[in-house]
Design a protein around this ligand. Structure first.
Ligand code: PHE
Length: 355
């Protein structure tokens, strides 16, 4: 075989061997076979020595061309295989973005927290701030400055846990009203809600607990009227219990509001016809409220001739019990998984979704 034939054979060989080659390993083997130290192309160059001088130049050129040809063929093939493998992988790994996500069991949001979150979201959307106050409160803020001086009979209703003569576990979130007004030196309009725990000496039963949650609301500004209170509570009622709910005010008494009202809501169960939930009345009592008492305003440095305000206090457990039809308040505190799992949530999902 002369060199020309040898080169032709190598080319044919290469063509035959690359025909069905479809993976990188075989391709690398082929590269070694042709271009490696003992490869066919390299072997061919060893005959160079034996050639007469005038043929050497031509042969060298041809050999170079051959090397380039093999190199190019293998590189093209390499790119083809890589593209093919990538496409195969992409096909296999393609993501169907329309598939529902994996449901992660991330536990539950406690129903009390759910109500607080809901109410916070609503009031924040109306421009309110969320305030906090200490659970260990002084008598001055919890009673005295709320127009309940020592010896006032209304203190009995909230007979409380005293730490010492002056300090007690707050019996209501109303002291946050006082704290907020006192710290607002420039008397800018106040719009706050304050969720938190409160404590009262109560005999625990299905509807009473010595520790529970309230959400306090307070608005103080010029020209605030009872209309604002009613409108605001209507929005709250509809947001918690759905549209077509009406709010009814009944006269009541709180030392720190005047006039004071007990607020009823159209029964969410029967829509006002009367049922076992509303005890046949069509109304459910949901919270206490009123116009901030002039004595409270005065005590906090507000001139009641210039400023007026409204306040309300919602019992969170009561709202949750009504909304989720929970019959025993103790369910909230016993960490019963069966109870809590009913409020199971998925990350980013509807907080109301069950497992
Ligand atoms: N603090 C009152 C209670 O605990 C509720 C309330 C708050 C009433 C604000 C009127 C205004 O019963």
């Amino acid at each position: 075989m002369n060199t020309k034939e040898q080169i032709e054979k190598i080319k044919n060989d290469l063509e035959a061997k690359t025909q069905n080659l479809d993976n990188m390993k075989d391709l690398n083997d082929l590269r070694v076979e042709f271009l490696g130290k003992k490869g066919v192309v390299t072997n061919l160059s060893s005959i160079m020595k034996e050639l007469p001088l005038e043929e050497k130049k031509d042969f060298g050129k041809t050999l170079n061309e051959l090397r380039n040809y093999v190199e190019e063929t293998l590189t093209t093939l390499k790119e083809e295989i890589e593209t093919r493998e990538l496409n195969k992988r992409l096909e296999k790994e393609s993501v169907d973005v329309t598939l529902p996500g994996t449901k992660l069991n991330v536990g539950s949001i406690h129903p009390i927290t759910k109500i607080i979150n809901e109410v916070e979201d609503l009031f924040i959307s109306m421009g309110y701030d969320v305030e906090e106050g200490p659970e260990v409160e002084n008598d001055l803020y919890n009673f005295e400055m709320l127009n309940l001086p020592a010896g006032h009979p209304a203190r009995d209703a909230q007979d409380s846990f005293y730490i010492n003569e002056e300090m007690l576990l707050r019996s209501q979130t109303s002291p946050v009203q006082v704290r907020t007004m006192l710290k607002n030196k420039e008397k800018s309009p106040i719009r706050i809600i304050c969720p938190g725990k409160v404590y009262r000496k109560d005999n625990d039963d299905a509807t009473h607990s010595h520790e529970f949650h309230q959400i306090e609301g307070l608005v103080v500004d010029r020209n605030i009227s009872m209309n604002h209170l009613k409108g605001t509570l209507e929005i709250l009622a509809k947001s918690l219990f759905g549209e077509n709910k009406e709010v009814r005010f009944r006269p009541s008494f709180f030392p720190f509001t005047e006039p004071s009202v007990e607020v009823d809501l159209t029964c969410f169960k029967c829509g006002g016809k009367g049922c076992n939930i509303c005890k046949g009345t069509g109304w459910i009592e949901v919270l206490g409220a009123g116009m901030v008492h002039p004595n409270v305003l005065k005590g906090c440095g507000y001139d009641p001739k210039i400023y007026t305000g409204f306040a309300f206090g919602v019992g969170v457990e009561r709202i949750a019990m009504l909304k989720y039809e929970i019959s025993d308040i103790r369910e909230f505190y016993t960490n019963n998984m069966k109870f809590l799992e009913q409020f199971n949530v998925y990350e980013g999902g509807d907080t109301n979704e069950s497992k």
